[in-house]
Design a protein around this ligand. Structure first.
Ligand SMILES: *[C@@H]1O[C@H](CO)[C@@H](O)[C@H](O)[C@H]1NC(C)=O
Ligand SMILES: *[C@@H]1O[C@H](CO)[C@@H](O)[C@H](O)[C@H]1NC(C)=O
Length: 630
C-alpha cells in the first residue's frame, strides 16, 4: 500500500489510475469530434440595441432593435435623455450610427439575463459622434460603468469608436450607466451589444503571469473585466464581423512589426483541424489560423538566428493585460519539427513551444495560449517569437497566427476565494473516478496496468534525486528525455511552506478538520495566511516511509498546472515532517456526487464533460506538462 498509494491518493479520493492508455484518449478524441459537429454558436443572451431611434437598423446583417420599442428584457432609466438624429449624415455612414441617445444626467440601460444565462459576456458600445440640433456629440464627456466597474472615465470621441469588453454577469442583470462628467456635460451612445460568450471563452486558471519573477499561474481571470485593445490576424487580411462567429474585427499585423524584413507570411488553403488543440471557431475563426508570420530565413542580411517582434501600443501605464496568442502549425510538413520560444516584454513567456504536443499530435490544429503581463514604461506590449535550442538547424522557425491584447480593467472587489462557476469541472478535477464508470471494463484493465507499471515521469525524476528545484533550473529538460516534458520555466523555491504556517492553517492538525485518510497519512482541511483554502496531507511524523514518493510528488506536481488536475500549493519538509499542500476542492470528491444522496444528480451533459475533463487531465499527466493551459 505504502508505495503506490502516494501517487494515487493525491489524484484523489478516487481510485484514479495514474496513467491513461491509448484507448482512453481515443475515447476522448472521439467525443471531442462529436462535440465539434455541434451547431454553430448561439449566445444564450443576445441584445442588440439601436439607441435613440424609432426604427430597427442593421449592421453586418445583424438587426439592432430600437430602444424606444421597450424590448421586454431591457429597461432604460433615464430621467433626462433625448433621441438625436444626424441630419446631415455622410452617405456611407451606417443607419445604425445616424441616431444616438443623449443623457444629460446619470442614466442606465438594464439588460435582464436569462435564468441560466449568467457567465462571461461580450459588451460592445458603439460611439459615432455627429452634430445634432442641440448637441455636438464630439463634445460629450462622460463615464461609463457596468455593474459597478468603471469602463471608461472622462471619455470623449471624435471618430467612430467601438469599445469592446468581456465581463462576467453573475447576477440577474447587467446595468450600464452613462454619467456626464460635468453638470453642463452630457453622455451619448449609438448602439449597444450584449451577448453571452461561448463557455470557457475565458477560464480562471488558464493564463500564465509573465514578469520579472518568472512564470506563475494567473488566477481568477473570469472575475476581471477585459477591454479589447488589439485583435490581430497575423500574416493575414482584415476580417470583418461577417467572417467571425462572434462578429469580431481582426486587423492585419503589418503595422506592428518591429522589423518587417524579419517576417515572412505563411498561408495555407487547408481549413484547420479544430478538434484537438483546444481552440474553437469561436476562439478565433479559421481565417486567423490559416495565415501566420514566420521567420524570414531567406533574408541573408540576418544571421539565421533572430526573433520576429511586434510592438503593440497600449497607452496606459501601470495596467495589466491579457495577451492571447493564437498558433496553428501551417508551416511544418510533419509533426514535431517546430520548436520555438515566445517572449513577451522580453521575458521568456513560453520556451520550446511544441505545437504538436499541445494538439495531441495533430498537425495544423489551432492552439491558443493566454499570458498576463504588465505594461512597460514604453507603453507597448512587445511580443517576440524566435528559435528554440531544440530546433534542428535545418528546421529553425517560429510562427504566430494571431494575437489579442486586452486590458484588465479592474480587479473585482473582494470576492472571497475563487468562485468556480462549474461545479462539474471542479469535480472533474479531483477525480477521474468517473472515467472508470464510463469505461467499465477498459478501466479495470487500466488499473491493472497501472499497478504493475510505475508512472514514467516520476521514475525519471527519481533518478535525479531529491532535487525538485534543480529540475526546473535547466531550460531544456526536453523531449530528449522520453518526449515528456518540454519544460516551461517552473516554480521557484516559493513552494516551501514553513511548518508553523501549516500548524496555523490546520489549527495544529485539529482532528475535526480531517477530511481524508490515505496510506500516507491524514488529510486536513486548512486555510493559509492569505485565506487560500487548502488540503494538507501529512505523512506520519517521524517516519521517513514514502520519502521517494514525497519527493517525486513535489517534483512532478509542482510542474503541473492543468485545469482538470488539482495543483500543488506547496510542501513542508521540516522537523522530520513530510507535508504536501494542495488546492482545496470545495465540492468534494466526484464520488459523492455520483453515489451520494446529498447532491442533486449530475446531468448527462455534466457527466460527459467530466469524462472529457478527466481524460484531458490524464492525457496531460501522460504526455508531460508542456501544455499548462488546456
Ligand atoms: C469575409 O466576409 C466577406 C463577406 O461575406 C467576404 O466577401 C470575404 O471574402 C470574407 N473574407 C475572408 C478572408 O474570408
Ligand atoms: C529574442 O528576444 C529575447 C527577449 O528579448 C532575447 O532574450 C533573445 O536573446 C532574442 N533572441 C535572439 C536570437 O535575438
Amino acid at each position: 500500500m505504502a508505495k503506490s498509494s502516494f501517487f494515487q491518493t493525491i489524484l484523489s479520493s478516487s481510485e484514479l489510475p495514474s496513467m491513461a492508455t491509448q484507448r482512453l484518449y481515443l475515447f476522448s478524441l472521439t467525443l471531442l469530434s462529436l462535440l465539434y459537429l455541434a451547431k454553430p454558436f448561439v449566445p444564450t443572451n443576445h441584445f442588440l440595441l439601436n439607441c435613440g431611434s424609432h426604427a430597427n437598423a442593421s449592421l453586418f446583417n445583424r438587426v439592432f432593435v430600437y430602444d424606444s420599442a421597450n424590448p421586454s428584457s431591457v429597461s432604460l432609466s433615464a430621467d433626462r435623455s433625448v433621441s438625436v438624429t444626424d441630419r446631415n449624415p455622410s452617405p456611407n455612414s451606417p443607419i445604425l450610427y445616424r441616431t444616438a441617445r443623449v443623457f444629460t444626467a446619470d442614466s442606465s440601460y438594464k439588460f435582464i439575463v436569462k435564468k441560466n444565462g449568467t457567465g462571461t459576456h461580450f459588451v460592445r458600445l458603439h460611439f459615432s459622434p455627429f452634430r445634432a440640433r442641440n448637441f455636438d456629440l464630439g463634445s460629450a464627456k462622460f463615464n461609463v460603468v457596468a455593474n459597478g466597474f468603471l469602463l471608461v472615465r472622462g471619455f470623449s470621441v471624435s471618430n467612430t469608436v467601438l469599445k469592446e469588453y468581456i465581463l462576467e454577469i453573475d447576477g440577474e442583470f447587467l446595468e450600464i450607466t452613462f454619467s456626464p462628467v460635468s453638470d453642463s456635460g452630457f453622455a451619448f451612445v449609438n448602439a449597444i451589444e450584449v451577448f453571452t460568450a461561448p463557455k470557457d471563452f475565458i477560464i480562471d486558471d488558464g493564463a500564465r503571469l509573465v514578469n520579472s519573477n518568472g512564470i506563475e499561474n494567473y488566477k481568477n481571470l473570469t472575475s476581471q473585466v477585459l477591454e479589447t485593445v488589439h485583435r490581430i490576424n497575423v500574416g493575414g487580411l482584415k476580417l470583418t464581423p461577417f467572417n467571425d462567429t462572434l462578429w469580431r474585427t481582426w486587423i492585419p499585423d503589418d503595422g506592428f512589426l518591429a522589423f518587417k524584413t524579419a517576417a515572412k507570411q505563411a498561408v495555407t488553403t487547408h481549413v484547420p483541424n479544430y478538434q484537438t488543440g483546444g481552440a474553437s471557431p469561436e476562439i478565433a475563426p479559421a481565417n486567423v489560423y490559416m495565415t501566420a508570420q514566420q521567420m524570414n530565413r531567406d533574408n541573408l542580411t540576418l544571421n539565421g538566428i533572430f526573433n520576429v517582434t511586434w510592438d503593440f501600443p497600449v497607452g496606459s501605464f501601470g495596467a495589466s493585460y491579457l495577451v492571447r496568442l493564437h498558433f496553428c502549425d501551417i508551416v511544418s510538413p510533419a509533426l514535431n519539427q517546430l520548436y520555438f520560444n515566445v517572449y513577451i516584454n522580453d521575458y521568456a513567456a513560453y520556451r520550446d513551444l511544441d505545437l504538436s504536443m499541445l494538439t495531441f499530435h495533430v498537425l495544423s490544429s489551432p492552439v491558443y495560449l493566454d499570458f498576463v503581463v504588465d505594461s512597460e514604461d514604453s507603453g507597448v506590449i512587445r511580443v517576440s517569437i524566435g528559435p528554440s535550442d531544440l530546433s534542428t538547424p535545418s528546421r529553425i522557425n517560429a510562427i504566430l497566427n494571431g494575437a489579442e491584447i486586452m486590458r484588465l480593467v479592474n480587479v473585482k472587489g473582494l470576492h472571497g476565494e475563487s468562485k468556480k462557476r462549474n461545479v462539474w469541472i471542479l469535480v472533474g478535477l479531483v477525480v477521474g473516478g468517473f472515467v472508470i464508470v464510463c469505461l467499465g471494463v477498459a478501466a479495470v484493465l487500466l488499473i491493472f496496468k497501472c499497478k504493475k507499471k510505475k508512472p514514467k515521469p516520476p521514475r525519471r525524476v527519481e533518478s535525479a534525486g531529491w532535487t525538485p528545484l534543480r529540475v526546473f533550473g535547466g531550460s531544456s529538460y526536453s523531449r530528449m528525455s522520453e518526449g515528456t516534458a518540454t519544460t516551461s520555466p517552473g516554480p521557484n523555491g516559493s513552494l516551501r511552506i514553513p511548518f508553523v504556517d501549516i500548524q496555523a492553517a490546520t489549527n495544529n492538525f485539529d482532528k475535526s478538520l480531517i477530511i481524508g485518510m490515505g496510506g500516507f497519512g491524514m488529510v486536513y482541511k486548512g486555510v493559509l495566511k492569505d485565506n487560500t483554502k487548502v488540503a494538507v496531507k501529512r505523512g506520519v511524523p517521524g517516519s521517513r516511509q514514502g520519502l521517494p514518493e514525497f519527493q517525486t510528488e513535489i517534483t512532478v506536481f509542482s510542474k503541473i498546472r492543468h485545469r482538470h488536475l488539482v495543483s500543488l500549493v506547496g510542501y513542508c519538509e521540516e522537523q522530520s515532517e513530510m507535508i504536501l499542500v494542495y488546492e482545496y476542492m470545495e465540492n468534494g470528491p466526484l464520488k459523492n456526487h455520483l453515489y451520494g444522496l446529498k447532491h442533486p444528480p449530475l446531468s448527462w451533459k455534466q457527466r460527459l464533460e467530466i469524462c472529457i475533463g478527466s481524460a484531458r487531465g490524464l492525457h496531460y499527466l501522460h504526455t508531460g506538462s508542456a501544455q499548462g493551459n488546456r
